[in-house]
Design a protein around this ligand. Structure first.
Ligand code: GLN
Length: 308
């Protein structure tokens, strides 16, 4: 295959770009090695190609959001989830403190307000908080096709500085979008964000979305195809926050970023792509990740609006 050489070449070209900076508001993330760089392609038939630090572990952060939204849709049904979280792009930063004015709903499940709400909807009703976290970690593991664990250091570091997410959760509680203790829900959400993954794991998770919810290696149907359609639609419109429009035009692949530097894209019926590079742009998206995806989309004609 020519793919490994191509991936190595593209990574080499990306190395010189050292612009951007690690997330500073989670102190533990600021200590990450900023020069780490990786890419993995995983096709729906289970072929995996990668280059760079493909097995370096980092926290999943906001890349957990589409997967936990998928779990909420599966566990509670579309109506119950849509009553509490919308599907409109916000055009705002990921941690914006704002809700829809009439309903009090978060605008979509990719921003923190919607993701904290989606976390509260994972698993059946009346689960204890620890059981819900367990359902989420097991669900993320099923998408990845191997057992994942929580990085307690990153989790503690974010929890100590979680004032903004706590503010969001209290606001959600005041609108009865959340019905339990806001602190407990934020604690669970931050555990969800602190799950350790590698670029290889993220590519498999993205490939599971590309493969209508079936993990290409384990062959497990993790969520059904209708759920995946909903999740990919929301990723396409909201996954890159206030850079979603630039991304849609220049890359054109349903995607999700995380503040530890991960980035995934899923091309339905074809392929999952993941990149890792910790320096972020002003939207909180990985600088090199965005330029790698632009390059892949252009070189291989991956834009979903383009006739192959
Ligand atoms: N845990 C992070 C937060 O809630 C996730 C943000 C992100 O990755 N964009 O702020």
């Amino acid at each position: 295959s020519v793919v490994p050489d191509y991936l190595a070449e593209v990574l080499g070209d990306a190395e010189s770009d050292t612009s951007g900076a690690q997330a500073g508001y989670i102190p533990e993330l600021a200590t990450a090695d900023p020069d780490r760089l990786a890419v993995v392609f995983a096709t729906v038939d289970g072929t995996v190609h990668g280059a760079g630090d493909v097995d370096a572990a980092f926290t999943i952060q906001s890349i957990s959001k589409p997967f936990v939204y998928a779990m909420a849709l599966s566990d509670r049904g579309f109506d119950r989830v849509l009553a509490k979280v919308g599907v409109e792009p916000s055009g705002e930063a990921f941690n914006e403190i704002s809700l829809e004015s009439e309903t009090g709903r978060p605008r979509n499940p990719m921003i923190n307000a919607g993701a904290i709400t989606a976390h509260s909807l994972a698993g059946p009703e009346n689960l204890k908080p620890v059981e819900r976290v367990d359902r989420v970690v097991q669900g993320l593991s099923a998408f990845a096709g191997r057992q994942l664990t929580v990085d307690e250091t990153v989790c503690g570091s974010e929890m100590e500085n979680a004032h903004r997410n706590l503010a969001i959760a209290h606001m959600l509680r005041s609108h009865d979008i959340l019905t339990e203790d806001p602190r407990t829900v934020v604690d669970g959400y931050i555990r969800q964000c602190s799950v350790l993954v590698t670029t290889r794991d993220l590519a498999m998770m993205a490939a599971t979305l590309a493969n209508s919810g079936v993990n290409p290696l384990s062959n497990e149907q993790v969520v059904d195809a209708a759920v995946v359609r909903q999740v990919l639609s929301v990723m396409a419109t909201c996954g890159m926050y206030d850079a979603a429009g630039d991304w849609a035009t220049q890359v054109g692949i349903p995607a999700k970023s995380g503040v530890a530097g991960g980035l995934i894209g899923a091309l339905p019926g074809q392929l999952g792509i993941a990149t890792f590079s910790p320096r972020l742009d002003r939207h909180g998206n990985s600088v090199r990740g965005v330029s790698l995806f632009e390059r892949f989309s252009y070189d291989m004609g991956l834009h979903v609006m383009e006739v192959p």
